[in-house]
Design a protein around this ligand. Structure first.
Ligand SMILES: Nc1nc2c(c(=O)[nH]1)N[C@H]1C(S)=C(S)[C@@H](COP(=O)(O)O)O[C@H]1N2
Ligand SMILES: [Mo]
Length: 421
């Protein structure tokens, strides 16, 4: 936190101050009184302290930050990985609303750290089976017609099958985020170079120390693949691939090459490390499933979810997110009648292709221990499976591509925990 924001915070009365002042007030019938908050001087009918003097001057924060009361809403960063070799930071999904992930909370996954790239010195090289090999500056890229589209990106290890599963939704499936991306259609750039008919794949390479390299089928490159330079209206964050990233809507996160420096048109895939030793799945018959491009339909309840606590029986809204690499979400369902049938949740508009979709279900909790869960159905009519169903097909050596239904257990005291942990 900068010195300016620290100073700014100290000018304001802290929340802890309120929480520490004196004994709990009896909330009885006082509209708006917060249980446990002794100081009621800022509550109706009083004029709150923050109305009695002008607020902080605007110049303090030329780039805004969230309220000081929201400073706990941050990325969930793994302490166990060697950060400069392999690092991940998860989106605090259960703290967010809607479908767009704020840029500061977009999940991160790096294999060689985050490079600091001067956009003036960055180039994209396009070569191989093309009529005219080309090298583009960032200005050259920005001269192509632009497009803005909302899409999710998700790591295919979200969650992996083998690790102990986390406590919160973020621990479990925080390696997914969604943004409005702006850039250019890859097909327009390929047309400029003149793709030869033998070109069946593009090998994409990142300008990080990992030189992340993946082979992309040409059909995807000529469909909705983009070269993006902006994320939710501003330039990409360094963590998301500044100044240029390959966006492959619906494909596993790993193929969305960040810090994109090279595209080579080829006849055969490169069989790089990331598509052989990694990001393939060992099947029960001993063969490895390779090139699992699309992320299958998936959903998770975020409210209530692991680590949260219901403050008593009665009405609670169940809310969560769903997505499918194959297109739009058609339905999200929650079980009713003790699991004998499923009921459709309300989908929040807009329901976009290969984007997060928010769903809601009104729910009455009777105060007894309960299990809540949801399943997504996409426009191809694929139904999100249970973990048992997935394991039956894929065996115990599978690692990536886990899109199982994830139930939460609610205890009689309202505490929510991971029902499969
Ligand atoms: N150049 C490069 N691109 C990369 C990676 C990387 O380490 N280097 N990580 C990949 C992986 S495994 C994922 S899941 C996504 C993560 O994107 P994000 O950090 O913007 O969330 O980027 C992919 N692209
Ligand atoms: Mo990933």
């Amino acid at each position: 936190m900068s010195e300016q924001t620290t100073a700014n915070r100290e000018r304001r009365p802290s929340r802890r101050h309120f929480l520490q002042t004196g004994a709990a007030v009896a909330g009885g019938g006082v509209l708006g009184a917060t249980p446990g908050m002794a100081d009621t001087s800022n509550l109706p009918p009083s004029i709150p302290e923050w109305m009695k003097a002008p607020g902080a001057p605007m110049g303090d924060q030329p780039y805004g930050t969230p309220s000081v009361y929201e400073k706990g809403v941050v990325k969930n960063i793994s302490k166990t990985l060697p950060q400069y070799i392999s690092a991940s930071g998860r989106t605090p999904l259960q703290e967010l609303d809607g479908i767009v992930t704020p840029n500061g909370l977009f999940y991160e996954r790096h294999h060689g750290g985050v490079p600091t790239i001067d956009p003036a010195q960055h180039r994209l090289m396009l070569h191989g089976l093309v009529d005219r090999p080309l090298i583009f500056t960032m200005d050259d890229i920005r001269r192509f017609p632009s497009q803005s589209r909302i899409h999710f990106i998700e790591c295919s290890g979200n969650p992996v099958y083998t690790k102990p599963y986390g406590k919160t939704a973020s621990d479990l499936v925080g390696l997914v985020s969604c943004a409005e991306w702006t850039g250019v259609m890859l097909k327009d750039v390929l047309n400029e170079a003149g793709l030869q008919k033998e070109a069946k794949w593009l090998v994409a390479e990142g300008a990080d120390a990992a030189a992340m390299t993946r082979s992309i089928p040409i059909e995807k490159c000529l469909d909705d693949a983009m070269l993006v330079y902006s994320q939710n209206g501003e330039r990409l964050r360094p963590q998301q691939g500044y100044p240029l990233r390959l966006l492959l809507p619906g494909f596993e996160g790993n193929m969305n090459i960040k810090w994109l420096r090279r595209l080579k048109a080829v006849a055969e895939p490169a069989y790089s490390r990331e598509e052989t030793s990694k990001y393939t799945d060992l099947m029960p018959d001993g063969t490895a499933r390779e090139f699992t491009f699309y992320m299958e339909a998936k959903s998770i309840i975020l409210r209530p979810s692991g680590g949260q606590k219901l403050n008593g029986p009665g009405f609670h809204e169940i809310s969560g997110i769903a997505r499918s690499g194959h297109g739009k979400i058609k339905r999200v369902e929650v079980p009713v009648d003790d699991g004998k049938s499923w009921q459709a949740a309300q989908l929040q508009e807009p329901v976009l292709t290969r984007a997060l979709t928010r769903f809601r279900v009104p729910w009455q909790w009777d105060g007894n221990p309960a299990v809540i869960q949801c399943r997504a159905i996409d426009e191809t009519d694929y139904v999100q499976p249970t973990l048992a169903e997935l394991l039956a097909v894929r065996g115990v050596n599978h690692f990536y591509h886990n899109n199982a239904i994830w139930p939460w257990r609610i205890a009689a005291n309202g505490e929510v925990s991971n029902a499969l942990a």
